[in-house]
Design a protein. Structure first.
Ligand code: GTP
Length: 597
């Protein structure tokens, strides 16, 4: 295909502003997918994505569009994830295209992720076409939102396209704008092959599938290619384009986007951002490449039933095949037995992985409290990364501890600003900026990541009735006075409940956790003390009173079926419990104990 008949683009939007719905409409209107095969949210392949309505893995679709100028254009849409955890994948896939549609919900306006994502598009030198979605809603204010786009983002919005992705209104204008307003790709067909490895995933039939964008040269089925960073050589088995299902193609030239398979064993053998060239005629320079995404949140995953450990290991290994940003290593806990310490890009990523393990592999899991990665500077000058508070070295050997900090951007209607400032202040935040765009405030805070990973996002949503939006990036590590707090249940330390806290907040957190655990742990036949301690010093204490009556006593004497039912119910409940010495702790206690409210 000639370069000037190709347009490559992505869609940037805040979550729920309608990115997937618009993508569906573009696919539908151009007849890329036959009407009867059209499912909602075509691009969100995984069930969980569909269920939660979030897009996780970047994906791509090739659309053929007969434009008003009489020519047929090839439009390649690379779908990008919308959630903050996956910001890194957004920035990567944007390097593969020349333009972006900026979708803003005309009833909501610009939100934090709109900003974060559009800045990435600007960084990637994209031409940007603003699109105002949901104008069918009575609350839509396209003019106000146009103004806001200009004020807050600083791009011209006078030609913003009003649409309703839901009804299909305005979609033909979007297609025309893609052709007229976005630039064609550049590239040299006669140069040696240079292609960018945009993404890769594991397909159970085909093995590893690699998504590429050709910069220069031509790639053909049967070619022997070389990946410059990993130095690996492969022979192409299959070359295809995504419509969005795979359709074989003989070759891909400059500006084109497609996939290949080449008997690659695992996703880890491919490096996103790597340069692909021909084994025989290699390109002179490689593309700049990307740093691999680093896990920032760690937690332990343990099977509720220890007999399921092998099944859990198999499931984790399978998941990791398809997700290079997920890391794991075996862990043993005195309380929970054998399990895995797993690393994630953020909390959403953690939840998605945990859900998949529980649902697709049917394993009941105990998830321990998420923790960030601390830098422990030892007296002897060594720096250790701490992924698990339980591994905290002896304090007399430690010189100081550093924790990761983030720059958080929050956009919120004026009325809730006070609540947001209070929340950030409570979480040890330092205000960096506060500006207004109409009746919405934009606050920027420097916050410790450990105060955010857990329930910050939930709290923010609840104190602002869902009106705030949030985005963050990690800025670096800073020293602070951090201590390890242990929790003792019935005088036994429960390692899975220990956590790192700021010294000034330890007492408050300790008290809150003991109170929570008092509610979460059922009464036993004996009294159970619950204590929070730093080193040997107890800083908070609660006691669960002993159970006086037999549980079945309240079933009037002879009703055997009722009694049986109650016992059955207890047995089912047991499955979700974990035994610590003589005490049983319900599995959700490990997470809920940490929620602050
Ligand atoms: P993520 O995949 O989570 O990033 O969200 P998204 O931006 O892809 O949003 P999605 O397309 O899933 O749309 C979010 C919600 O808005 C869905 O319930 C859609 O049905 C609805 N929606 C999308 N476009 C329109 C529109 O034009 N009008 C109205 N009224 N609703 C819309």
């Amino acid at each position: 295909t000639e370069l000037d008949r190709i347009r490559n683009f992505s869609i940037v939007a805040h979550i729920d502003h309608g990115k997937s719905t618009l993508a569906d409409r573009l696919i539908q209107l151009t007849g890329t997918v036959a009407q009867r095969d059209m499912k909602e949210q075509m691009l969100d392949a995984m069930d969980i994505e569909r269920e939660r309505g979030i897009t996780i893995k970047a994906n791509s679709v090739r659309i053929e569009y007969p434009a008003k100028d009489g020519h047929t254009y090839i439009l390649n849409l690379i779908d990008t994830p919308g959630h903050v955890d996956f910001a890194y994948e957004v920035s990567r896939s944007m390097r593969a295209v020349e333009g972006s549609l900026l979708v803003v919900d005309a009833s909501q306006g610009v939100e934090a992720q709109t900003l974060a994502n559009v800045y990435q598009a600007i960084d990637a030198d994209h031409e940007i076409v603003p699109v105002l979605n949901k104008i069918d809603l009575p609350a839509a204010e396209p003019d106000r939102v146009k103004e806001q786009i200009e004020d807050v983002i600083g791009i011209d919005a006078s030609d913003a396209i009003p649409i309703s992705a839901k009804s299909g209104m305005g979609i033909p204008d979007v297609l025309e704008a893609i052709v007229q307003r976005l630039p064609a790709p550049k590239g040299d067909r006669d140069a040696p092959l240079k292609a960018m490895l945009v993404d890769s995933w594991y397909d159970s039939y085909l093995g590893v599938v690699v998504l590429i964008r050709v910069m220069d040269g031509v790639i053909r089925k049967g070619d022997t290619i070389r990946m410059i960073k990993t130095k690996a050589t492969y022979k192409l088995d299959k070359l295809a384009v995504l419509k969005p299902q795979m359709v074989d193609i003989a070759e891909l030239g400059p500006g084109e986007i497609g996939v290949f398979t080449a008997s690659i064993k695992q996703v880890r053998d491919t490096r996103v951002g790597d340069t692909i060239t021909h084994e025989r005629a290699q390109c002179a320079t490689a593309l700049p490449g990307f740093k691999p995404a680093q896990p920032v949140v760690f937690c332990g995953l343990f099977p509720v039933d220890s007999a399921e450990f092998d099944a859990l290991r198999d499931a984790i290994e399978k998941l990791a095949l398809n997700d290079a940003s997920f890391s794991y290593e075996m862990e043993t806990s005195a309380a929970l037995g054998f399990g895995f310490r797993c690393g994630f890009l953020g909390l959403l990523h953690l939840e998605v992985v945990r859900d998949r393990l529980e649902r697709e592999y049917d394993i009941d899991l105990i998830t321990t409290a998420p923790s960030v990665v601390y830098h422990i500077h030892m007296r002897d000058g060594e720096m250790r990364e701490l992924h698990n508070p339980a591994d905290m070295p002896d304090l007399t050997l430690v010189n100081h501890i550093e924790e990761p900090r983030i720059k958080a951007t929050i956009m919120v209607p004026d009325d809730y600003l006070g609540e947001v400032l209070k929340l950030c202040q409570d979480r040890r935040g330092i205000q960096l900026d506060l500006t207004y765009a109409g009746s919405r405030a934009m606050v920027v805070y420097d916050l410790p990541l450990n105060e955010v990973v857990f329930d910050f996002y939930d709290r923010l949503k609840s104190v602002t009735k869902g009106y705030a939006s949030f985005d963050y990036q990690i800025t670096g590590y800073r020293e602070d006075v951090l201590v390890k707090m242990s929790i003792l249940v019935n005088d036994e330390p429960v390692d899975a409940l220990s956590l790192m806290v700021h010294r000034d907040r330890a007492e408050m957190r300790g008290r809150a956790m003991c109170e929570k655990l008092k509610e979460l742990i059922p009464r036993h036949m004996f009294k159970i003390p619950i204590q929070a301690a730093i080193g040997g010093r107890v800083i908070a204490r609660e006691t669960i009173a002993a159970l006086r009556k037999d549980v079945t006593a309240k079933c009037y004497g002879g009703d055997v079926t009722r009694k049986k039912k109650l016992l059955e119910k207890q047995k089912a409940g047991k499955k979700k419990m974990r035994q610590f010495g003589k005490v049983e702790i319900p599995q959700q206690a490990f997470i809920n104990a940490l929620k602050m409210d």
